[in-house]
Design a protein around this ligand. Structure first.
Ligand SMILES: NC(=O)c1ccc[n+]([C@@H]2O[C@H](COP(=O)([O-])OP(=O)(O)OC[C@H]3O[C@@H](n4cnc5c(N)ncnc54)[C@H](O)[C@@H]3O)[C@@H](O)[C@H]2O)c1
Length: 468
């Protein structure tokens, strides 16, 4: 059960929350069991804390209850083990919230059709929590969003419960529970950005420092205590807004730098310079340079979307975010560039795109993951089809392409044999999965359009390979 109402003093409430974390009697909830929420729920449950996963998707909840995984890189045994030990449970019923000490929100934050933030998932979740909110519960938002979402939107919805959580500045360097005096906060609210990098085998989730910012000091310290149970290092910042902006800075930094290198790639192609060789040489500089790589465009749930959360919010302050807009423009033109390069390569062979058979290799938005959200491969297929090409695809992770909000190709994966490869006028490598044998592909394909420098190591068949 969450802490009772009598202990309204923040210092006492915090001490009791920490005690419950220490003696493992605290119950943790994770709302939204997707790419972010499920690994997080598993981290808590593996620490021995009773963890409840809540999701509106009954299929996901059923899978977890049966000990099954629906995310490629999360083994089913891990889930089964936690479910069997009764450390992890899953539900669609939000009344479960009443039994929780802390609840972390990991629901989607997409853009709508006008490229504006769609916070409907966050709002709906806050409304569901508000109905069941209990004194001293800690709520943490992890969904990526613009600064102000936690202490404006989420807070106002949660306060419909009649409970209050005052927004009070604190100093991240000196805040401590002794400084709270008689300060009262009926519930606690914080923001802590997720820094998941799907497919990254170098860092495990718990090794990546966790940034935490509270709506007030007690909220910040409670959220820090919560994450200290599973993360090796936490970084306390002075507000939920700083934490929200930190995440956007990280993703905007990537988005802008990828756009820069994509633009330089276009120039290098015209100048006959290998941009990949340039990057390799530049990255030997031991300071002041971080390599970013060109590609067929941005994909995934984060980099193509998150920067525009800030662009939207910046309008309120009448400050245009020109770097972000320009980066978006350059990055979103890349699929078109791939299609143009394919058409040009065919043209040089006295062929045309119209009616040609084109094979797209790799549909996931990046290598070795089973996620095709916003993948540039989808736009490449669409543009190729618009130009009259007959497109097929192969991806080890997707036997067929299911209907999506924007795309419905009705395609199933072809088999990647020598005979099949030879049937296509061009093979376009969009995603450079490690499972591909690029030598085999180049040997049997008639023409290879390589958007990722996947064929860099090949010594033979260079005449068939076009970089773009
Ligand atoms: N995927 C990543 O690599 C990544 C990395 C960093 C940050 N993020 C951010 O984390 C957030 C979640 O992303 P994700 O990739 O896990 O999304 P996801 O689509 O994989 O998962 C979201 C889950 O939330 C559930 N959901 C939707 N509405 C709900 C509601 N009202 N109540 C309960 N559950 C609900 C969905 O059914 C789904 O299972 C987003 O804001 C995203 O930008 C994602």
């Amino acid at each position: 059960m969450p802490l009772d109402k009598e202990s309204a003093n923040a210092e006492e409430a915090l001490a009791r929350f920490k005690q419950r974390l220490d003696d493992k009697s605290a119950r943790i909830g994770v709302i939204g069991l997707g790419y972010v929420g499920l690994p997080l729920a598993l981290l808590f449950s593996r620490r021995g804390l009773a963890t409840v996963g809540l999701d509106v998707d009954p299929a996901k909840v059923d899978s977890l209850r049966r000990g099954q995984s629906y995310i490629h890189h999360i083994p089913a045994e891990l889930i089964r083990d936690q479910v069997d030990k009764k450390h992890l449970s899953a539900a669609t019923d939000f009344s479960e919230l009443e039994s929780l000490d802390a609840c972390i929100v990991c629901v989607p934050t997409p853009l709508n059709q006008y490229r504006e933030p769609d916070l409907s998932y966050v709002s709906q979740t806050a409304e569901s929590i508000s109905v069941h909110l209990r004194p001293h519960q800690l709520i943490v938002l992890e969904s990526t969003t613009y600064p102000g979402t936690t202490d404006e939107l989420v807070l106002s919805i949660l306060e419909r419960s009649g409970l209050r959580c005052p927004v009070v500045p604190y100093d991240a360097a000196t805040v401590s529970s002794e400084s709270f005096g008689d300060f009262k906060s009926d519930f606690l609210l914080a923001f802590s950005p997720e820094r998941e990098d799907p497919g990254n085998k170098q860092f495990q989730t718990q090794q990546v420092p966790k940034v935490v910012g509270g709506v007030n000091g007690p909220s910040a310290l409670a959220a820090q205590a919560l994450y200290t149970t599973i993360f090796e290092r936490t970084v306390l910042v002075s507000s939920s807004r700083v934490a929200e902006m930190t995440k956007l800075l990280e993703n905007i930094y990537r988005c802008v730098n990828i756009a820069l290198i994509n633009e330089l790639k276009l120039l290098c192609l015209r100048m006959g310079i290998d941009v990949w060789e340039v990057i390799e040489a530049a990255k030997t500089k031991p300071f002041g340079f971080t390599p970013f790589y060109p590609g067929p465009g941005l994909g995934g749930h984060c980099i193509p979307i998150d920067p525009f959360y800030l662009t939207w919010k910046a309008r309120e302050y009448e400050l245009p975010t020109r770097f972000i807009e320009l980066a978006g423009e350059i990055n979103s033109s890349m699929p078109g560039h791939v299609v143009e390069a394919t058409a040009e390569a065919l043209n040089r062979r006295k062929q045309c795109l119209q009616d040609s058979k084109i094979l797209v290799l790799g549909i996931a938005y990046k290598k070795d993951i089973d996620d095709l959200r916003k993948s540039p491969a989808l736009r490449v297929i669409e543009l190729l089809q618009e130009r009259g090409a007959r497109v097929d695809y192969h991806d080890p992770f997707f036997p067929s392409l299911h209907k999506m909000r924007r795309y419905d190709f009705g395609l199933s994966r072809i088999e990647l044999t020598a005979d099949v490869l030879a049937q296509y006028a061009a093979v376009v490598i969009v995603t450079d999965h490690s499972a591909y044998d690029y030598d085999f592909i180049a040997r049997h394909a008639r023409l290879v359009v390589d958007t990722r420098n996947a064929t860099a190591g090949l010594r033979q068949h260079r005449d068939k390979i076009v970089h773009c």
